[in-house]
Design a protein around this ligand. Structure first.
Ligand SMILES: CC[C@@H](CC(=O)C(=O)O)C(=O)O
Ligand SMILES: [Zn+2]
Length: 333
């Protein structure tokens, strides 16, 4: 079905990209195919579950303003609609002493929820955009704690156990201004991404699209982020981007999207769709029993470890390319 038909949004609320995307399966939570897909490390949208029923459409921006607590939260500011993540610890690292100039694309500040909501209400085009991204912790108000306790932890924990995931590491609360984009990246955790208010378009690519999405080097602050600007792809620098095999869905309140570990994902709050609220559940991956042939995400993990070791031992990132070329050209190619 074309995106947007018989749906509470319109196609022109979706940003336009050069690629065509398949559809991520959307299955009722009782469908056994869900476990098959999770086992295969493939994405699926879980429908009609009560996983976050206690927060679905209840965690509205106004309710959160009342109940999130007054301790101040992490807010990112951006000049444009993109909020590209960067690892602050890698800005100052030694390997960057080789003149890798890095200007953070967003500003990270702490803001009280009341100020954040006021800024959202008064926002004018041309002003910095805002995105609140705060791990849920014990500073939230009692009403939110109750809602959180009332998530369907039985269902979630059963999935975690059945698929031998590691421990839950965090739940990131996301309050996004309409139209904001989190550009394409992958995480090294399993993720149940729950949509609570408003609509978000999620475009996912398999780990095997590594060669099409050109991640920054591991030592770079934008490690795990794609170098390709989806709004204006540079096909000279990134020719394989046109071969990327994306699939997409628009998550609605109550939907839970399984974003498998090492899967690339681009997330956008629909334009003119109002403020959106999501919460994710990040799990460490379980112990990897290496079966052969290796899975695509296992190969990505191996290349990352290799890259880290080479940068560490060579010290100068500019030596990694020549060394790898001399090692493989004419011998493994
Ligand atoms: C972190 C922000 C992003 C979600 C995501 O990347 C994740 O849950 O891993 C989004 O919703 O804008
Ligand atoms: Zn992510």
């Amino acid at each position: 079905m074309k995106m947007g038909e018989n749906k509470p949004w319109y196609n022109d609320q979706l940003r336009h990209y050069d690629l065509e995307f398949g559809q991520i399966p959307r299955l009722h939570y009782t469908d056994p195919k869900i476990d098959e897909l999770i086992q295969q490390n493939k994405p699926v949208v879980i429908l009609g579950s009560d996983i976050v029923k206690s927060a679905k459409n209840r965690w509205t921006p106004e309710y959160l303003e009342e109940n999130l607590g007054n301790s101040g939260h992490t807010v990112f500011l951006s000049k444009g609609h993109k909020f590209k993540y960067y690892d602050e610890s890698k800005i100052l690292s030694r390997t960057n002493s080789h003149g890798v100039e890095f200007t953070p694309p967003t500003k990270k500040i702490r803001m009280k929820i009341g100020d954040f909501m006021k800024k959202l209400r008064e926002w004018k085009p041309g002003q910095d955009r805002l995105y609140l991204q705060q791990p849920l912790n014990n500073t939230v108000g009692p009403s939110l704690v109750q809602d959180f306790v009332n998530f369907n932890w039985d269902y979630i924990t059963k999935k975690q156990t059945k698929h031998q995931w590691g421990p839950l590491t965090s739940n990131l609360l996301l309050i996004s201004q309409e139209g904001n984009v989190t550009p394409c990246h992958f995480d090294e955790q399993q993720n149940f991404f729950a949509q609570l208010h408003g609509f978000k378009r999620c475009i996912l690519f398999p780990p095997s699209d590594f060669e099409c999405l050109y991640p920054h080097p591991v030592y770079h602050p934008h490690d795990r982020q794609s170098m390709v600007d989806f709004d204006k792809p540079d096909y000279e620098k990134f020719p394989n981007f046109k071969r990327a095999n994306g699939c997409e869905t628009v998550v609605e309140p109550g939907d839970v999207l399984y974003i498998p570990i090492y899967w690339w994902h681009h997330v956008e709050s629909l334009m003119e769709g109002g403020t959106t609220v999501s919460v994710n559940f990040w799990y460490k991956s379980g112990t990897t029993n290496l079966g052969y042939p290796l899975r695509d995400y296992q190969k990505v993990s191996i290349t990352r470890n290799l890259e880290k070791m080479l940068v560490e031992v060579l010290q100068d990132p500019k030596e990694v390319g020549p060394l790898l070329r001399s090692m493989i050209l004419g011998r493994y190619t």
